[in-house]
Design a protein around this ligand. Structure first.
Ligand SMILES: [Fe+2]
Length: 346
């Protein structure tokens, strides 16, 4: 079995492949590593057949949907997954064929209802059911400490103890462990008594993961992250630098419309000389009367350079071919000591 582990922060994802047939699968891919996964598969001469999430992640942004769409391959998750974009819902005891290899599905609810462990050859991918020296938490949506106790002691830990363990998280850089080692040393597994295990899990008092709301929203619905939305807009918009805009305003370039898309109070507290005001929230409503000439050269300006990117992308979709966004925003403009004027629109 070909095996590559990709770490992104504490999140671990895996590319596994059949050396005989070049069929591969990705397990728990994370959104910032998409190019790396595809490059690794190419380097090994592998073709990805499935992208798999071991469970609904609350702490990282899953790349399964993007990779699935890009490669036109199925996204596999457990039947209990709430995500509408899953193509292949798998259940306990089933397996996924990967060339000459078989990925054996073990449903292990507890960390989440849709958690599963995937055994293949000499290794088990444990998701967040079992971590190195720990277990997944059970206090996030659909978590259940009683179910985790069952999943661990009546299922996962009864598999071959020699199996290597590849978890979805590892923060201390430890590469791998085995079930046998975890059974012997993992502090959470030392007391097998159900009530005490549940009591311990209920009293961990962990802080909430960062981005939990956005991660659950996007991973459960297939919606975009805010960063993706901005990246998609930035991919279809050219930018103008701050010094370039300064030079053009000083030269009083007659053909250039500086379009300030902030709210009126922000505009009136200081804007680029000659800028016009058209708040982002009113853009589509007022665009026809405010900007009758779609061939005009327009630079969209906001406070931090993000909303102006969305505004410029919208204007491009509306047919304004010469719209750019200011690279940076009024904050960077003021910080650079560039001139601005306060007050109402002339
Ligand atoms: Fe998780």
């Amino acid at each position: 079995m070909l095996f590559e582990q990709v770490a992104s922060g504490g999140c671990q994802s895996y590319l596994i492949g059949c050396g005989d047939t070049c069929a591969a699968a990705l397990i728990d891919p994370e959104i910032s590593q998409i190019d790396r996964y595809l490059a690794l598969a190419a380097r090994h001469g592998l073709r990805i057949h499935y992208v798999i999430d071991t469970h609904t992640h609350a702490d990282h942004f899953s790349a399964t949907q993007q990779i699935g769409e890009r490669l036109r391959v199925p996204i596999a998750m457990h039947q209990a997954s709430p995500a509408p974009f899953v193509d292949m819902r798998v259940g306990d005891g089933e397996c996924l064929v990967l060339g000459r290899l078989r990925i054996q599905v073990h449903h292990t609810p507890g960390h989440t209802l849709d958690s599963m462990c995937l055994a293949i050859e000499d290794r088990v991918f444990t998701g967040d059911t079992l971590l190195i020296g720990a277990t997944g938490r059970t206090d996030l949506p659909s978590g259940d400490p009683e179910a985790l106790h069952d999943s661990l002691f009546n299922k996962l830990l009864r598999l071959d103890p020699a199996l290597k363990v590849s978890p979805a998280h590892e923060y201390k850089g430890r590469a791998s462990t085995t079930l046998e080692q975890e059974i012997a040393t993992n502090p959470r597994l030392q007391n097998r008594e159900r009530a005490q295990f549940v009591e311990m899990m209920r009293n961990l008092n962990l802080s909430m993961p960062t981005h939990i709301t956005e991660a659950l929203r996007t991973n459960m619905t297939g919606g975009k992250t805010v960063a993706q939305l901005l990246a998609d807009a930035a991919a279809i918009v050219p930018f103008m630098s701050l010094p370039n805009l300064k030079a053009l305003t000083e030269a009083r370039a007659a053909d250039l419309v500086v379009l300030d898309v902030r709210e009126r109070d922000a505009y009136e507290s200081g804007h680029v000389p000659g800028a016009r005001l058209l708040p982002r929230g009113q853009l589509e409503l007022r665009v026809n009367e405010e900007l009758p000439d779609p061939t005009r050269r327009i630079v969209a300006v906001c406070e931090f350079g993000r909303i102006s990117t969305l505004a410029a992308a919208t204007l491009r979709q509306l047919g304004f071919r010469h719209v750019v966004a200011l690279d940076g925003g009024m904050k960077a403009w003021r910080d650079a000591g560039y001139p601005f004027v306060a007050g109402r629109e002339p």
